[in-house]
Ligand binder design. Structure first.
Ligand SMILES: [Zn+2]
Length: 318
């Protein structure tokens, strides 16, 4: 893959208890994209349970670990019709919930990490016609596609982009599968809070370390680790703590389906096996059968334990 001999790395600590001891819970490499051969270590803070990667790729490594074929940059292009059908049903029920909470059918809405605009397109089709839809996206080609589809898009890294002219503008911010990628989630939440007007609603979706697949595959293969791109892995408690600390009132936290994490957990275990490596290519987020089986397991898990490895937290800016 043309990997550099040594990837620039930096150290990291727990967001909440930087001096608390940590336990090494697992290690693994980039089983999904094979961008670098390096092994990365997962640590769990013994004080609060937050899981983090340390050492982790440094800023200069970003272009290496996010290849141009990264799925989030071209979701619309690769999504199969059957999976799109189910995605629309699931996201549609969420849109109804946002609408009840926001209670303003002319609100400005921002999708932070909008990729090629797939979620914005769902909001346009299923949300109120008066919503003004905008996005922030770091990948230039994806941002261009989202802009071509008619959305107002700012291109750049959430953690460094100058967003001053958007401050206080939004009634709803969606931050889905993004916060775990940031180098400083506290600063990212602070920046997003600035974008919202008082009373504005925030939806955060992120992997949850408490579900079945996170436990079964916790030594390194769990799909939610997405090694080495997920720097922090939360649960309901640590994510709520971060939001409350930044001036939000938590409205609800619930477990949501995450079949892709099961499928990639199996993929990663196979990809690491010299004998079974060939089978790994059958396990990815666009494989209907593995995704369907995983979704059924998640439905059972949520019904019996009220838990999965993906959580949605809704909060309101005070
Ligand atoms: Zn901690």
């Amino acid at each position: 893959m043309g990997s550099p001999a040594t990837l620039p790395v930096e150290d990291a600590a727990c967001l909440f208890c930087p001096t608390a001891p940590w336990a090494e819970i697992g290690r693994g490499r980039d089983y999904e994209y094979d961008t670098v051969p390096d092994l990365f270590t997962l640590r769990r803070c013994t004080g609060c349970g937050l899981v983090f990667v340390a050492p982790r790729p440094g800023p200069a490594a970003m272009r290496v670990i996010y290849p141009s074929n990264y799925y989030a940059y071209r979701e619309e292009e690769i999504e199969r019709p059957l999976l799109k059908f189910f995605r629309d049903r699931i996201e549609g029920s969420k849109v109804r919930r946002y609408r009840r909470l926001v209670a303003d059918d002319t609100a400005a809405v921002v999708d932070v990490g909008c990729g090629d605009g797939r979620l914005l397109d769902i909001l346009r089709r299923l949300g109120p016609s008066g919503w003004r839809l905008a996005g922030i996206e770091v990948a230039e080609a994806a941002a261009r596609r989202a802009a071509e589809r008619g959305f107002e898009v700012r291109t750049g890294d959430l953690e460094t982009l100058d967003l001053a002219r958007w401050n206080g503008r939004f009634g709803l911010a969606l931050v889905h599968q993004v916060i775990e990628h940031t180098r400083d989630p506290r600063d990212a939440v602070r920046r997003i809070a600035c974008l919202l007007r008082p009373g504005g609603v925030l939806s955060v979706e992120t992997p949850d370390t408490r579900g079945w697949d996170a436990r079964i595959f916790r030594r390194g293969y769990w799909g939610g680790y997405h090694i080495p791109r997920h720097f922090y892995l939360f649960d309901a408690s640590t994510l709520s703590r971060l939001l409350v600390e930044q001036g939000f009132e938590v409205v609800s936290v619930r477990s949501i389906l995450s079949p892709a994490f099961w499928v990639y957990s199996v993929h990663n275990a196979l990809a690491d096996s010299p004998r079974l490596r060939r089978l790994a290519r059958w396990f990815h987020a666009q494989s209907p059968l593995p995704m369907a089986v995983a979704a059924v397991i998640d439905v059972v898990q949520i019904a019996t334990c009220r838990q999965s490895t993906n959580l949605q937290l809704l909060a309101r800016k005070r």
